[in-house]
Design a protein around this ligand. Structure first.
Ligand SMILES: [Zn+2]
Ligand SMILES: [Zn+2]
Length: 237
């Protein structure tokens, strides 16, 4: 049964630490294989635009909420913030997780710690640049690279899934249309928003809200209608 051309039983050919595939001859000595490096490079390169998309969505969710939230006794629900989106763009999110990878790589390289990169939106492009520039080193020489390849894969997947969700129309319920018709009654058609266009159009009366300022006006108008409802004026559902 034993094939003399095969290596001895106790010899294991080096494999990629990330995907487990046996390394090619030209890859020997590396920790992670070239396909893993290429896939990771692509994910790193796509992160800034994914982050920007989620950050814009988060800004709209924040901007559309009542400025005096917490001080008012209004029963108006705020525009439901996508907590998962806010978590990725805020502290502890994408920027923090990429910075942890950068810190580990710098330590392994014997370099000084990274300078302060600013807000998450400012930091992400710089973190991505650092990781992209040093990915070849990491795949070649960094023992723990497999963990970071996995972390970047997971981070990219989380961002991409949320960005896809946001693109689905009607993903975010943002209350009812406050525009009053000729009879003085509010249209009150349920409104939805998506993160892709940041454009809201009422399916009932056709009114559109497109900018952050218009979102705030929409919010104020909705609250005005609801405040009147609470005073017993009634709103046709
Ligand atoms: Zn691999
Ligand atoms: Zn309407």
């Amino acid at each position: 049964m034993h094939d003399p051309n095969l290596p001895a039983d106790d010899y294991t050919w080096p494999t990629c630490a990330a995907c487990g595939r046996e390394l090619w001859n030209v890859e020997l000595g590396r920790h992670a294989c070239r396909p893993c490096e290429e896939k990771t490079a692509q994910r790193i390169a796509e992160l800034p635009s994914l982050f920007q998309q989620l950050d814009t969505t988060a800004a709209l969710m924040r901007g559309a909420r009542r400025p005096d939230a917490g001080t008012s006794s209004s029963k108006t629900p705020p525009i439901p913030p996508r907590l998962d989106v806010l978590a990725l763009v805020g502290p502890g999110g994408v920027a923090t997780r990429l910075a942890a990878v950068e810190d580990a790589w710098r330590q392994a390289l014997g370099w000084t710690v990274a300078p302060w990169r600013g807000s998450p939106a400012q930091a992400v492009p710089q973190l991505v640049e650092f990781l992209g520039n040093n990915l070849l080193w990491a795949c070649s020489s960094y023992e723990s690279v497999a963990d970071d390849i996995e972390e970047i894969r997971r981070l990219h997947a989380e961002c991409a899934a949320l960005a896809r969700d946001e693109r689905r129309p009607g993903r975010v319920q943002i209350g009812n249309c406050p525009v009053r018709g000729d009879d003085g009654e509010p249209c009150w058609t349920p409104l939805t928003a998506s993160g892709a266009s940041h454009r809201v159009r009422c399916g009932g009366c056709g009114t559109r809200w497109e900018t952050l300022g218009e979102w705030r006006e929409l919010r104020a108008a909705q609250e005005q209608v609801l405040a009147q409802t609470e005073q017993g004026e009634g709103v046709a559902a």
